[in-house]
Design a protein around this ligand. Structure first.
Ligand SMILES: Cc1cc2nc3c(=O)[nH]c(=O)nc-3n(C[C@H](O)[C@H](O)[C@H](O)COP(=O)(O)OP(=O)(O)OC[C@H]3O[C@@H](n4cnc5c(N)ncnc54)[C@H](O)[C@@H]3O)c2cc1C
Length: 579
């Protein structure tokens, strides 16, 4: 302890204090910059303590509190459940689905108005093969197993998934030195089928690639899917099997007795769970703190990504990234690459920057330009004109840089699925499987737990008109004429798909919730044409009127007041221009 404190004081600030609590190391003090906070945390990490609790503050920096739902009522007051899951991202939803195999009551609380509104919709949708994580870490184990499980679970849940493979590209012959190292990593992590390809073989596979490539490694198990569709599919299957979800519901505090959580206070009343699962993403350390079990700290790491037009999607049908020895050994690099998406676009990025803010998703010109400068040269036909949008996501990094998937050491009925940064999407099915095992073990000590007799692993997705041939379309349109009315021209999304998303097991009620399920507004015009038409369909199919329709819940109404009589008589998909 003294040695760590001395090191931090020498390198950062003389006033920093370190002490031990619950076998973790706690850091306290005040420094001048956020970079110093992160640096201190890193200096204390992996030095024999269970985790780093970094309470160092930055002079004159105030970090905003968690964004809370506006809603306040008693809808959940007094509710008793066997399992309470905090967080409706890919991790919380995958866990709920696996647990729904058991005859227990499950409730997910999610502070937003829909699933997948934070990191689980703000990533590259890549199902990593599992070469990069350090052998033996939870990241490595869950990534490789999760990757395998996706073949089965995407079939069961009817989520489009393709194993398109990835290329780790070498620039310059000296990079061949990396080959034995990567092969060893693959062997240690049990990633199968990797193969060295010469520059010619690579160009045969991806003709658009730059001539500057000297060779590379092909990894066949890399996959792609839509991360938000996957999250929603997990959530829907859980709900169809009896789990409940309460949106706009935030865990605010907990009441404990004898090292056991007795009650969780929310903005919608007090819930009485037998067991709590912490799947709160970037706030997972705050949930641990509420339960008196904070042994780790999340330091938010932002990543920005560029979305390119589908017309350039034809250039590649694979994931590509330049390799470097540094990148494969450090998890917090500004790596990224070029990723073909399951819907035909190309994503470029992400980068990686430490920031104190957990929900600040702004993008900057500098970062976007750097991403283009770094990755565009790999495919010379890419140009800034192909960019249709950018987004940012926040990784829930711990100082140990590994996932936390375990029962709490000190709180009897608390399980953590925390610090799930990349490759958390790829690892989700395996993390859920592990949490299911732990949960059933813990519950068995509290109550009788039996498998559900009529558990149904199958969930049917919404038909995708733009993926159908002429005959399939004709048949569907005959049955459901709404599928013959195109609402989003860029993405070819029909009125039928939008209605089905509104009437799905977890009904979509906002513009973005519909976008996450069936994509209107995801194309080149980014909703410029279809937004009023989608709003009209929401008004027709729900209890909401035009003025209360939101982009993403809370106070994100699109219209503020009526200016003249609306004219929505034109059913043919033409915007009236009145709103
Ligand atoms: C830029 C970027 C790119 C990435 N690319 C990939 C990739 O290609 N492949 C891959 O495998 N991984 C990738 N990842 C990582 C992956 O996205 C995450 O690991 C994963 O989404 C984490 O899911 P989660 O459910 O833990 O968190 P989240 O999706 O953030 O879900 C947590 C939820 O908890 C809710 N919540 C928080 N606090 C409370 C509270 N008090 N009460 C109620 N609800 C609460 C939040 O609203 C949120 O919805 C990427 C990450 C980033 C940032």
């Amino acid at each position: 302890m003294k040695k760590i404190q001395k090191n931090i004081r020498q390198k950062i600030n003389k006033e920093i204090t370190c002490y031990e609590w619950h076998s973790s190391i706690v850091l306290e003090g005040i420094v001048d910059s956020w970079d110093d906070v992160v640096k201190a945390g890193k200096l204390a990490a992996n030095k024999g303590y269970k985790g780093v609790v970094n309470k160092i503050e930055v002079k004159n920096l105030s970090i905003p509190d968690i964004k809370k739902p506006l809603l306040k009522d008693n809808y959940l007051h007094g509710k008793k459940v066997d399992v309470l899951i905090i967080g409706g991202g890919i991790i919380g939803c995958a866990i709920a689905r696996e647990l729904s195999k058991w005859d227990i009551s499950i409730l997910i609380i999610e502070k937003e108005e829909d699933l997948a509104m934070h990191t689980s919709s703000r990533n590259d949708g890549m199902i990593h093969p599992g070469i990069l994580p350090k052998p033996g870490t939870k990241k490595a184990i869950f990534n490789v197993r999760g990757n395998k499980l996706y073949s089965k679970v995407t079939k069961e849940l009817d989520v489009p998934f393709r194993r398109i493979g990835s290329l780790m590209l070498f620039e310059g012959n000296y990079m061949k030195l990396l080959l034995p190292y990567i092969k060893l990593r693959a062997k240690q992590n049990r990633v199968e089928g990797i193969q060295y390809l010469s520059a010619d073989a690579i160009r045969k596979r991806v003709p658009a690639i730059t001539k500057d490539i000297s060779g590379g490694i092909f990894v066949p198990t890399t996959g792609i899917l839509s991360p938000y569709k996957m999250t929603i599919a997990y959530g829907e299957n859980a709900v169809l099997n009896g789990a409940e979800i309460s949106f706009n519901t935030i865990a605010l505090s907990m009441k404990k007795e004898h090292e056991s959580i007795k009650a969780v206070q929310t903005n919608r009343g007090t819930i009485y769970p037998n067991l709590v699962i912490n799947a709160a993403g970037v706030y997972s350390d705050k949930i641990a703190e509420m339960a008196g079990d904070q042994f780790f700290t999340i330091h938010p790491r932002k990543g920005q990504t560029i979305i390119l037009d589908k017309k350039k999607g034809k250039l590649i049908d694979i994931v590509i990234a330049k390799s470097s020895l540094r990148k494969s050994t450090r998890s917090n690099t500004k790596g990224g690459g070029i990723v073909k998406t399951i819907d035909g676009n190309i994503l470029v990025g992400p980068d990686a920057y430490e920031q104190p803010y957990r929900e600040d998703y702004t993008t900057t010109r500098e970062n976007i330009e750097n991403i283009m400068k770094k990755h565009f040269p790999l495919i010379p036909q890419l140009s800034p004109k192909d960019v249709i949008n950018y987004f940012a996501g926040i990784r829930a990094a711990t100082y140990e840089e590994d996932f936390i998937v375990e029962k709490s050491e000190y709180v009897e009925n608390l399980i953590h699925a925390a610090g799930i940064q990349s490759p958390g999407l790829a690892s989700a099915p395996a993390i859920a499987e592990e949490i299911e095992k732990i949960t059933i073990n813990v519950l068995n000590d509290i109550q009788e737990v039996k498998p559900k007799e009529n558990w149904n692993p199958i969930r049917k997705g919404i038909p995708q008109l733009n993926k159908m041939n002429k005959y399939e379309r004709d048949r569907l349109i005959k049955e459901r004429p709404d599928y013959g009315i195109i609402i989003c021209r860029c993405e070819e999304i029909s009125k039928g798909e939008i209605i089905d998303s509104i009437k799905s097991p977890i009904p979509a009620k906002s513009i973005d919730a519909i976008k996450r399920r069936v994509r209107p507004g995801m194309g080149r015009c980014q909703g410029g044409f279809c937004l009023p038409l989608v709003s009209k369909i929401i008004e027709e199919e729900t209890e909401l009127d035009m003025l209360s329709i939101t982009k993403k819940g809370n106070k994100s109404q699109i219209l503020s007041k009526e200016t003249k009589e609306p004219d929505f008589d034109n059913e043919g998909g033409e915007a009236s221009g009145d709103i």
